[in-house]
Each structure stands twice: as C-alpha cells, then as structure tokens.
Design a protein around this ligand. Sequence first.
Ligand code: ADP
Ligand code: SF4
Ligand code: MG
Length: 383
Amino acid sequence: MTEDPVPAAGPAPQPGSEPAHPAATGPAPQPALLDVRDLRVLFPITRGTVFRRTVGHVHAVDGVSLELAAAETVGLVGESGSGKTTLGRAIVGLIPPTSGTILFRGRPLDTKAGAGGVGGAGSRAERSQLQMVFQDPTASLDPKWRAGASIAEPLRVNHIGTRAERRERVRDLLEVVGLSPVHARRYPHELSGGQRQRVGLARALALNPAVIVADEAVSALDVSIRAQIINLLQHLQHELKLSYLFIAHDLAVVRHLSHRVAVMYLGQIVEQGGAADLYRDPRHPYTVSLLSAVPVPDPSAEARRERIILPGDPPNPASPPPGCRFHTRCWLREQLGGPERCAVEEPAPQRVSAGHSAACHFTDEVPGRAAGSAAGQTAGPAP
Ligand SMILES: Nc1ncnc2c1ncn2[C@@H]1O[C@H](COP(=O)(O)OP(=O)(O)O)[C@@H](O)[C@H]1O
Ligand code: SF4
Ligand SMILES: [Mg+2]
C-alpha cells in the first residue's frame, strides 16, 4: 500500500465554506457513459503449499454501483485499503470482477480475465476507451524505454499507424500534455515527477480514450506541481470531453475538479452526491469525519474546525463487520447510545436529495450532531 492513510475523522464543513470548483458546480452531463452495477471483486485467501485451498476472501470491492457521464469527473475517496484501486482496475479491465456488470455506452464490457489486456479482442476497441493513470508513473513506464517509446506502445500493440505516423502522434501527445519533442528521447529517470506524470498521461491518451481512471495521480507530487497537473486534467477534459474517475485518499484534492464525489469504506460506497452538495451537507458519519480533516478557507471557521479521530484501524476486509460496516468506529452511533440496528442491519443507500445518497440508518441525525464539537473524539483545531 503506497498511499498515505487518510487522517481519520471530523466535523461538518462550516456554513459558507469554499464551494467546489466553479467548473464542478454545473449540472452533470447526461446520460451515463459508464455504468457500474453491483460490482464485486473478492480476492481468495489461500493456505497450504501442496494442496492450496481457499480459506476465505478479501472483500476488496463489495457491491459497488457508480455512474460516470461524458465529460464528468467523479472523485472517489476513502482511506487506504477501502478498495479504490481495485475498483479502478476492475473498471479498466486489469482485474476480472467476481460479479456485477460494467456497461460502457450502454453495452456490457467483457470482464473476463485478460479482456483488458492483449486477449479479449472482442471488446478491445471498447476497452481502449478506458485507460488508467497511476500514482507512480515509474511503475507504469519501463525504465529502459525512452518516454517516446512508452507513449507509442499502445499504438504499436494495437497496430495503429506506421512508425513515422506513430512518431508524429507522440509529438502531438507530448504537446497536448505540455511537454516538448525533446522529452520523447528522455528515460524516466531523466524526467521530474511532474514530467513523468505528464508522460503517463500522454500514454493513456494515445488511444483517444473516453474515460481515464486517475489513481492517486497527483498524490505523490509537490503542491505546485500537483496544481499544474490538475489544471492540465481540467484543460484536457474541456478540450477532449474526457470523463475521469479521480481517485484520492484526500477530500481536499478531489474537491477542485469533481462534479460528483463517491466515498468508499471497506469495499462499499457509503455516500455519493454532487460535489457542492456533499461538501456542504455530508450525511454519512464517515464522510463527516473525512471532511473534518479538510482545511476551510474562512479563517474564523478554520479556527473552530475540529477533527474527529476515528478509533482504531479499518476492520479487516476479509471479515467485514455485520450490519453497518462502519459501526465499529462510528461516532454517531456512539452519540445515539449504540443502537443495535447498526450492528445487525446493513443500511441501504438513503436518498438525501436529488443525486445525493448515504448508506446510514440515521442520515437525518447527522447534520445537527456533526455541527456540535462533541461529535466523536475530537482532536481540537487542526494545526
Ligand atoms: N491482488 C490482491 N490480492 C489480495 N488482496 C488484495 C489485492 N489487491 C488489493 N487487495 C486488498 O484489497 C483491499 C483493497 O485494496 P485497494 O483496492 O488497493 O484499496 P485502496 O486503493 O483504497 O487503498 C485491501 O485490503 C488490499 O489489501
Ligand atoms: S448505520 Fe449506524 S453505525 Fe452505520 S454509519 Fe449510520 S449511525 Fe453509524
Ligand atoms: Mg489505492
């Protein structure tokens, strides 16, 4: 696990806190380009060396439904281990889901093993429309290859164009991501972190995708470089009508470019909604706790901001808690006197407002309780 853990905890954002990015406040375009339905990815846990037997499963993604419209950005957040990468990899075809459906432009994608790789020719053209950009581009760029060769590889593998045409396309792609032709000759170690991420992006764009899953794509970058890459992503979205599933462990990062936000906990989406809506009026105690770690621009609100520190680590996804998965760490349940229902009955997503839902039995209790500083164990004003 390479991501930093999300700072656990927190109170609701203050009234009048910064709205989401202006570009993110408009209505989400319709209809869904990508429609993920009840997706599950279970990893078997095996024992024995001679006779390997399955003794359990890691419930990495456990019944996720999510839509992504054309030219829309959905931010996907949650602590390390919540299943974000697994969901992203399943969507682009790098991991076969255990069950569920992924519709792309209304048609089911072939999700069998290898469908996203060199096999599964039937859906290869569609699969090429879904690309992934990783946190660490050095992991996706071959250190022995010059940047130009890495960018051209998807074209070569798919027998697109002549050598000269591919070279021309690489030049164009470098320009699109803000690099110059000389960068084509550089090896990954000769590039800065931001330049490597731009090369990773150029490679992902080579096949003219409609959807990019950006997995912690800016998490490892310095703040100023991060802002440049986020600006580039927004510019590309505008120019190329790209859709992003933008994965981060930090709600502050996704705020500035997400139209909608989905919050994951232990393999499930516990809340999703329009970005402005979800930041202003979070209705799942877990979202509230994540938001408490996000600084607010209003200095007086910031001075009053208190962080809720969730007790313990997330439970083991091989044996998720019964009932509500969050009940072992939930500050709201504690405030409500520990209702039994939380421990026995799994909450279905409750509609909060148009396009905004939260999977909690007590969504209506959240706003008043979260506003009080007594919410959970607080850590005092953030530094
Ligand atoms: N290939 C794998 N085999 C077994 N378990 C895995 C595998 N990949 C991820 N996991 C487990 O699945 C859970 C979700 O992981 P991941 O999708 O990487 O979460 P995130 O990206 O949110 O940090 C974790 O418990 C992780 O250990
Ligand atoms: S259902 Fe209960 S345990 Fe789960 S988030 Fe709501 S209050 Fe907390
Ligand atoms: Mg991850």
